[in-house]
Design a protein around this ligand. Structure first.
Ligand SMILES: Nc1ncnc2c1ncn2[C@@H]1O[C@H](COP(=O)(O)OP(=O)(O)OP(=O)(O)O)[C@@H](O)[C@H]1O
Length: 261
């Protein structure tokens, strides 16, 4: 399953927000999208999901323009977990995950034991089995976030788009969730703020800056002190470990000043 942006631009009114972005997501990879607030990560995810149309250029899903495919067809191939996903409906935790099976249900394919088994597995994977019968409105932000990801996994897509998936989660669930997603046989595109998470889990990282794709490559190639300073305005040291691992140590502003003076 492939997903590509070809010379994609998008904006609001006359204000350009994404500028001529071209990016081929490789089948089976975990691709991180990083960039400062307002750099265009959420906008790019919405274009990739087909819920916004580019002003120019194309989003191709398996080589076809995504706008030419029906919503149900897209939903069987691709799932999006939005940053501020909410539901106003009075549903239980389990029902929130069951919604992921909607693209597969119809008059000739009613709810089955297979759907039930998929929902059971997903609830266990996102550590929500014990809260399955709880009402949505009684759940914490982190529990809701785990269910949003559960709903997307129950959709059994080939491509999973995650916009800030670790929002609201404690550190154990942040790492657990990214690890769970990584272990699935899925292509994942995730907008991430935590550069150490990007370094730990991503095969490649794309950097957006003011709506432009300014770098694309392995964490080691992309996460350099110079780029982190240029893009985020923060001084950092990079520790390299193993064949291709790296982690980032941010330097406190007084240490940054000491370094430059
Ligand atoms: N519907 C809209 N109307 C006006 N401006 C918009 C709209 N959608 C996005 N923008 C602007 O486009 C820019 C990019 O927004 P976007 O949400 O894609 O950034 P982001 O990289 O995801 O940011 P964050 O890290 O804060 O989530 C921002 O300046 C935002 O205010």
């Amino acid at each position: 399953m492939t997903l590509s942006a070809r010379n994609v631009s998008w904006g609001v009114g006359n204000v350009p927000i994404l500028k001529n972005v071209s990016l081929d997501v490789r089948g089976g990879e975990f691709l991180g999208i990083i960039g400062p607030n307002g750099s265009g990560k959420t906008s790019l995810m919405a274009l990739f999901a087909g819920i916004r149309k580019p002003k120019s250029g194309d989003i191709l899903l398996d080589g076809e323009p995504i706008g030419a495919l029906g919503r149900r067809e897209v939903a069987r191939r691709l799932a999006l977990v939005e940053q501020q996903a909410e539901t106003g409906e009075r549903i239980t935790a389990r029902q929130a995950v069951e919604l992921g099976r909607t693209p597969y249900l119809g008059a000739l394919s009613p709810w089955s034991a297979n759907d039930e088994a998929i929902v059971d597995t997903v609830l266990a994977n996102v550590d929500m089995t014990h809260l399955a019968d709880r009402s949505w409105h009684t759940l914490s932000g982190g529990e809701r976030q785990r269910l949003h990801i559960g709903r997307a996994l129950a959709q059994q897509p080939g491509i999973l788009l995650l916009d800030e998936p670790t929002n609201h989660l404690d550190i154990g669930h942040q790492i657990g969730l990214l690890d769970l997603v990584r272990r699935q046989e899925l292509t994942v595109v995730a907008a991430l703020h935590d550069l150490n998470h990007a370094a730990m889990f991503c095969d490649r990282i794309a950097v957006l800056h003011s709506g432009q794709l300014i770098a694309l490559g392995t964490p080691r190639d992309v996460l350099t002190p110079t780029r982190i300073r240029d893009v985020f305005g923060v001084d950092a040291a990079i520790d390299r470990h193993g064949a291709d691992g790296c982690s980032i140590r941010y330097l406190r502003p007084e240490k940054q000043k000491a370094l430059v003076s």
